[in-house]
Design a protein around this ligand. Structure first.
Ligand SMILES: CC(C)(COP(=O)(O)OP(=O)(O)OC[C@H]1O[C@@H](n2cnc3c(N)ncnc32)[C@H](O)[C@@H]1OP(=O)(O)O)[C@@H](O)C(=O)NCCC(=O)NCCS
Length: 246
């Protein structure tokens, strides 16, 4: 899945950056590790995890590159089975086989699970994460999975933890009606709904180690036959972002 698109920075800087979204290969591992170090102060993915994800499920690892080849975005996915009616508060390590996905990725799993997503701080707020969601939805539609879930961080919580319980915090909204937490706001804006809190999800001081399971169903699930699903997946991967203007 490849596409080249000009995306424009928000905040009216009017800078244009051409990015390529494509599947990651083992040749990208060093670039992904540099990005992880830059993006994650507490738990960057290491070589074993990144290599193992690409080897276990190559179609589920994506990079976003600039025209000079620099990797500025990274996403990895796996397939899992999950009982959404009785959600279990597992940790990220449990759900991802400690980030390697070796045993946690089930080739026939009914749901996509987001293992990791990173966008370089130098290129955040430009719509790159939203572009990566389209790669995710293309996988969900193309492989006919029920939906996509992931454990969101809640990185604004540590600053206000004395005033709000985690349950209150995840519902906290700004005056404009959008969620207060930047990451939960991103997922809600891209169509995910909250399922449950995940205490001790990962070592993440800004989130006080909490995660929030968020979920979005696949509206194309079991609809229209394989040819239609493949065409819809191709369209989403290549043109989906145009629909929402990123
Ligand atoms: C979360 C993250 C992937 C978003 O990437 P992005 O390309 O900047 O996101 P987009 O441009 O598509 O969307 C912008 C939205 O992302 C959210 N966001 C932006 N920067 C963020 C940050 N540092 N931390 C959390 N959320 C952030 C905000 O909701 C923002 O919308 P706003 O204008 O209403 O504030 C990126 O900030 C990041 O890599 N953060 C650190 C690692 C991480 O938390 N990964 C996700 C693991 S679940």
């Amino acid at each position: 899945m490849e596409d080249r698109t000009m995306i424009r920075v928000k905040h009216k800087k009017r800078i244009k950056v051409e990015v390529l979204v494509r599947n990651a290969t083992l040749d990208d591992v060093n670039g992904i590790l540099d990005l992880e170090q830059e993006t994650w102060p507490f738990f960057p993915a290491n070589r074993e995890k990144v290599e193992s994800r690409i080897q276990t499920f190559p179609e589920g690892s994506f990079v976003v590159t600039l025209s000079n080849g620099e990797i500025v975005g990274y996403l990895s996915l796996q397939f899992i089975n999950y009982d959404l009616e009785n959600p279990k508060a597992s940790s990220w390590d449990e759900m991802t086989d400690c980030g390697t996905i070796r045993k946690s990725h089930l080739i026939d799993g009914a749901y996509i699970f987001g293992v990791g997503m990173s966008v370089s701080p130098r290129y955040q707020n430009m719509g790159i994460a939203t572009r990566l969601f389209f790669a995710t939805w293309a996988i969900g539609v193309g492989y006919n999975r029920r939906g996509c879930m992931l454990g969101s961080r809640m990185p604004g919580y540590a600053d206000v933890k004395d005033r709000y319980s985690p349950e209150q915090y995840v519902q906290l909204r700004r005056e404009d009606g959008k969620l207060f937490d930047p990451e939960l706001r991103l997922y809600e804006g891209d169509g995910f709904r909250q399922i449950c809190l995940l205490p001790n999800y990962e070592n993440d001081p800004p989130s006080c180690d909490y995660g929030v399971l968020v979920y979005q169903g696949n509206p194309f699930y079991n609809r229209g036959g394989r040819l239609f699903q493949r065409l819809a997946a191709w369209f989403l991967a290549r043109w989906g972002h145009k629909i929402i203007g990123v």
